[in-house]
Structures are given as C-alpha cells and as structure tokens.
Design a protein around this ligand. Structure first.
Ligand code: GTP
Ligand code: MG
Length: 416
C-alpha cells in the first residue's frame, strides 16, 4: 500500500502571489483570473501580493525581502497557503515552503485540481490523473512535507474524489499503466474520427477561452444538453452534435475544453488527443466573451494555443459573444479570422447570421455540378443526397438533371 494522505474538508484560505516583469503587462488581470480559479477550486482569497521584478527569482520566486513581507501577510490574514501565478520549479516550491512555513501551491496545481473535479468521462479522468502525476512526481519532496502539515484540498484531489498517490515508485507504475489505457482510448478515438471524416459530413470545432460561452452556443444551436456554467473549465470532455443548416447541409459541431493563459504543459500533453479535435476540423468557430475586459488578450491566447497544437490553414469564424452584456458602440476586431459576427448565445442574437456564414464557407469549399445523369447511374444521385447537397433534380427523357454542391472527395468518387 502506498501512503495516502487524508484530506480535510475545510476551506482553504489563500494569498495570491505574482511577479510583474514589465510595467503594464497584464499581471493584475492574470491575478484576477487566478482568484477566479481559486474560487472554482473551492478556496477563498484573503490577500494578494505582487512584486515588480526583472524576472522571477530561480530560488524563491520572489526576492528575499518580499518573502518576509509575504510571511507577515500570511500571519495577518490567517491564510492556510499561498498560490503563485506561475508554475513553480520543485526548488522554488521547496524553498518557499521552508521560508514561509505554509502550504505552497501554484497556478498549475490549481488548474489541475479544477480539471480533476470536472472530468466526467473515463478518458477525461485518466488524462487528468496522468497530468497530475507527472506534475507531482517532480515535486514529491516539498509537497510531502507541506501536505502532511496542512492537508487541505487543493493539490491532493485526484479525479473522481480519488486521493492521489504520493509514493514515487507507485506513481511511476501508475503513470505507465495510465499511458497504456490512454493509448487504447486514443486508438478508438482515431477510428471514430476516421469514420467521421469518411462519412463526409464537415466538422466545425468550437474553440475559445474558458467561460467564453462555447457550450451555451452548442446547446442553443443543437439543443444539446451540455453543462454550461459560470465557472472556469465547466466542460472538459469533447461532445459532438449535428446541425442541419437551412439549405439542408449537415454539419458536425464539436465542443471541448477551453483555453487559458499559462495552460500547464502536462495538461496539454495529456489532453492532446482531445485538444487536437480542432486539427481535424474543416473550420474553426472561435467564441470570444466580448463582455470581458480582457477579451483581446484572451483571443491572443487562443491563437497561440491553436498554433501550439498545430492548427493551421482553416477558415475561422470569430463570434463576439455575450452581446447582451456589451455596451453599444464597443468595437472589437479579430485580424486573424476570416469573418466576425456579433452574437449572444444566450438570447440567440446573431445565430441566423452565423448559420448563413457557415453555409457560405461550406459552399466555398465545394464544387458546383449541373449535369444530366444517365438513369443507369442513379447510385451517384443517392450518394450526392447522402454526402453532398442536392439542390434540384428533374426527370427528363434523356436522364436526371441535377444541381448540387459536393466536396472535392465526393466529386472524385462520383466519376461524372
Ligand atoms: N449574458 C450572457 N451570458 C452568456 C452568454 N453565453 C454564455 N453565457 C454565460 O457564460 C457562462 C459560461 O458559458 P459556457 O457555455 O459554460 O462557457 P464555455 O466556453 O463552455 O466554458 P468552459 O466549458 O468552462 O470552458 C455561463 O454562465 C453562460 O450562461 C451570452 O451570450 N450572454
Ligand atoms: Mg463549456
């Protein structure tokens, strides 16, 4: 048996700590977001400390003097721990723990903790556990001493309320077992994906910053019943739903995990197969929370993450969502996308424009056929009806006249 640590259910009281590298970088909004993350993970923020510095200190994250100040702040506020806004190195974590005599957490630990609480599917749970164990295996020394001193929730919760392993050897065994299980699931996923691609129905991936309204949009468009909630990372597991456009064209929409700045690299690795849904899509629907004062920098984070995942050369529709909360006249621009539309996923505003735009993009990538097909080739018409967009068919003495849009692949298959 490995050593498992009991979790106390009391609420964690935390001081948020960050380093501001440059004047006017967005440290303050990053810390605001950290506070939201802390709240989502069930902790209450009792103080903040931001230090202006050229760079983080490799040994202590903060400068020595600031660490003293932080110590006082922890005492004053009765905090049970601190959360740093960057991922700490194992050494920084250990040194800070020793200097402060309190539990030390970082942004990564917090995000992993939230993911652990929100993963629903077997795959999601395995992916989170994998990311947690990899993060943890490098930091066992410091964490063990800290956790045995104050064993509140954050950082100790595995997926499904499971307690996380803290023994190094058992962690290593567990990681290799998880890897095998995930590989099997990944194979199934690629098979499903291949089937979907072969089916010929185009796919649009809904992407965006966490809490932008991706799931609300999918629910509104397709009547899906995905959890949409005012919290970060409400949905982690990919969902696919079918949407039929006015012209009869079918489209698959996928909703998945949201992005955030400083998304932990272990999470990106573990969730790669989920995140890569966007790589296989025919187009990207980028949902932006236009009512968020940080909307612009959030958009940049989304594009940066898409680049890291290798998503490129796809039509992008940007949706400036939550227009019901935006004052008139406010203008946001997205220079990376092909089209931008103002919508409200909540009220339905702009969704007709979105559907028209989707039809337009789908047709642009298609070949228009106007042809008389021999009666002996009626199978071709069946195929067009199934996989393409048959606009008109007329039975003439010499054959069947059709007007249709088909994909290049389908055009090849038809041999007309
Ligand atoms: N007022 C308003 N609220 C919206 C709109 N769209 C979404 N919301 C709210 O924003 C919150 C987040 O919406 P979700 O659909 O869960 O966002 P998401 O992008 O799926 O977020 P994660 O799954 O957490 O990454 C919810 O409280 C929604 O009700 C909108 O158009 N107007
Ligand atoms: Mg969601």
């Amino acid at each position: 048996m490995g050593e498992l640590i009991e979790i106390k259910r009391e609420q964690e009281r935390v001081v948020l700590v960050a380093v501001e590298y440059r004047e006017n970088d967005d440290t303050v909004s990053s810390v605001d977001e950290l506070e939201e993350l802390a709240e989502t993970a069930g902790a209450v923020t009792v103080g903040r400390l931001i230090q202006k510095r050229e760079s983080v200190s490799p040994g202590l994250y903060l400068g020595k003097g600031k660490v003293e100040e932080l110590r006082d702040l922890i005492e004053e506020t009765g905090a049970t721990g601190i959360i740093c806004d960057d991922e700490l190195s194992p050494a920084q974590m250990k040194n800070l723990e020793e200097a402060l005599d309190t539990k030390v957490m970082d942004r990564t630990m917090l995000i992993l903790d939230i993911f652990a609480g929100h993963a629903n599917t077997a795959e999601g749970k395995l992916q989170v556990e994998m990311a947690q164990l990899k993060y943890r295996s490098a930091r066992l020394v410091g964490m063990r001493s800290s956790m045995s001193r104050v064993s509140y929730g954050i950082g100790m919760r595995g997926p499904g309320e499971k307690k996380l392993e803290v023994d190094r050897r058992l962690i290593r065994d567990r990681i290799s077992r998880l890897k095998e299980e995930l590989d099997t699931i990944e194979k199934n996923r690629s098979t499903n994906r291949a089937r979907r691609l072969k089916g010929g129905t185009p796919v649009a991936a809904i992407v965006g910053y966490t809490n932008a309204g991706k799931s609300t949009l999918l629910n509104k468009l397709t009547g899906a019943e995905i959890l949409a909630a005012d919290m970060l990372f409400a949905t982690l597991d990919p969902t696919v739903r079918q949407l039929e456009l006015e012209n009869g064209q079918q489209l698959l929409l996928t909703d998945t995990v949201g992005f955030i700045r400083k998304l932990p690299h272990h999470l990106i690795e573990a969730f790669r197969s989920t995140l890569e849904e966007a790589c296989y899509a025919d187009m990207i629907i980028h949902v932006v929370d236009a009512s968020n004062p940080n909307a612009f920098s959030q958009m940049q984070v989304v594009y940066e993450t898409l680049r890291r995942l290798g998503v490129k050369d796809k039509p992008i529709i940007t949706l400036f969502n939550k227009q019901d909360l935006v004052a008139e006249g406010e203008i946001l621009k997205d220079l990376n996308s092909d089209v931008s539309i103002k919508i409200s996923a909540k009220t339905g505003q702009g969704l007709d424009d979105l559907k028209k735009e989707l039809e337009k993009i789908l047709l642009e990538n298609k070949i228009y056929i106007e042809k008389i097909i021999d009666f002996s080739n009626a199978g071709a018409i069946q195929l067009i009806r199934k996989e393409g967009n048959l606009i008109e068919e007329n039975y003439l003495p010499e054959g069947i006249e059709i007007k249709a849009y088909v994909s290049k692949e389908l055009f090849g298959k038809l041999k007309l």
